[in-house]
Write a protein that binds this ligand. Structure first.
Ligand SMILES: [Zn+2]
Length: 287
């Protein structure tokens, strides 16, 4: 009788193990050559998840609280407990509030920060969790980071291109462009129009993108007419909370988008917004 029980336990274990392996294989096969970019619905804030075909995972910002965990859970399989890189655009609550929970739940290789600090408990918590877990902190500087060599997928850090000590936090926002073949995304944190103008002066030729995450949740301090003229995105993303007290997005920004005939999508209305690309046209919005 005892031996029979052991046998059944063994068979059940074998069955589960095989199932896990098949789930893993199926998952990898389904993602072959596909880049996924998800703009999470985290309320008033930003959180963007990137996964390349070779499985490299990047999180840009983490929203204001632990809501981000639920969203990550929808994109990553249950057995995956690691994230390769977290970029914090700047240390405001609506961008780093979820980070302590993410760092508790996942093992993270690197955290990239703009270099400007914040005298807040959440910022200190982020740094102490990172230290506890021996996570390497990288200071964002203009340059290229390859996420997936085989598929030539990379992030170009456009800003900061200098030390940002003493900068106003939004001004220091890390601005990155994601490139996969013909598909391009631009993530701007809370960069104001003055930084957009600066980028036009140094990067005029590479600003044209398919998807633009509008700076500062669609506030009128970002997304100048000139910047839209250079970026000409097919989609503009507005990451903001429903009925937020800041009045994001601003009606003047929406009017500009309409004037340029740019489709815009709001996380407050659409929920999480997901794009997929195989590096060539058409890149698609996953519904
Ligand atoms: Zn913000």
């Amino acid at each position: 009788m005892k031996r029979e029980r052991v046998r059944w336990i063994f068979i059940t274990f074998l069955f589960c193990a095989t199932l896990v392996i098949w789930v893993f294989v199926f998952d990898r096969e389904a993602k072959k050559g596909v880049l996924t970019v998800a703009f999470f619905d985290v309320g008033q804030g930003d959180a963007i998840f990137i996964e390349t075909p070779n499985g490299t995972q990047v999180l840009i910002d983490s929203g204001p609280n632990n809501k981000v965990l639920r969203e990550i859970g929808k994109q990553m399989p249950f057995y995956d407990r690691s994230i390769d890189l977290i970029i914090t655009s700047h240390p405001d609550m609506d961008h780093i509030g979820g980070l302590p929970s993410v760092l508790s739940r996942f093992s993270v290789e690197n955290i990239m920060i703009p270099g400007v600090g914040a005298d807040t408990s959440i910022y200190r918590e982020m740094l102490s969790r990172a230290e506890e877990k021996n996570i390497e902190i990288l200071y964002a500087r203009r340059g290229r980071i390859y996420l997936d060599q085989e598929n030539e997928i990379y992030l170009d850090v456009l800003f900061p291109d200098r030390a940002t000590t003493g900068f106003e936090k939004n001004l220091a926002s890390v601005v990155v462009k994601l490139v996969y073949g013909e598909t391009t995304f631009l993530f701007t944190g809370d960069s104001p129009a003055s930084i957009e103008n600066y980028l036009i002066s140094v990067d005029e030729d590479i600003l044209d993108v398919d998807v633009l995450k509008l700076g500062h949740h669609g506030s009128k301090t970002s997304t100048s007419e000139q910047f839209l003229g250079y970026t000409t995105p097919t989609y503009a993303i507005i990451s903001a909370g429903k009925d937020n007290s800041y009045g994001h997005p601003h009606s003047s920004v929406l009017a500009l988008l309409k004037q340029f005939e740019i489709k815009y999508l709001e996380t407050a209305k659409e929920g999480t917004i997901i794009f997929e690309s195989i590096g060539a046209e058409p890149f698609v919005r996953r519904l």
